[in-house]
Design a protein. Sequence first.
Length: 152
Amino acid sequence: MGRFLDMRISENSSTFGFPPGTGVVTAPTSIGVIGLQTQGVAGTGTNGLIVHLAGTVGVASTAVATVVLNVQRGAGAFGAGLVIYTADHFISVLTGANLISLTASDITAPAAAETVYQLFISATSLLGVVSRVGPENFVGIAQDGLAVTPIT
């Protein structure tokens, strides 16, 4: 049995319609950042630090588009840390909202007191505009995957 270390959430919006009319551009833009207290545990695959990350972003587009979500270990500008997950989402049907969800794991996180993760969004559309329309959230759970000896 593993040991729970920390859980954090970044939630910009829990409903459709917010943030209203926030455009998504081609340069990656931060939409969530969390710092997980990992207590100096190092990731080694199935043993040691295991970080589970999940998120949802609602977008709308006026034309065919590609939306890219990147999870980066390390805060700051995009590229300042290590991108550990990338998801491309192709929007081909124009609807009120397209919900894009992601699930990622980081099993090679370094030993640190705290490990920071950041979610970025970018989009390309030749003829239209892509907007963030909610909901938006980013959540992470850190655990020590090593077995813990129960107290008897």
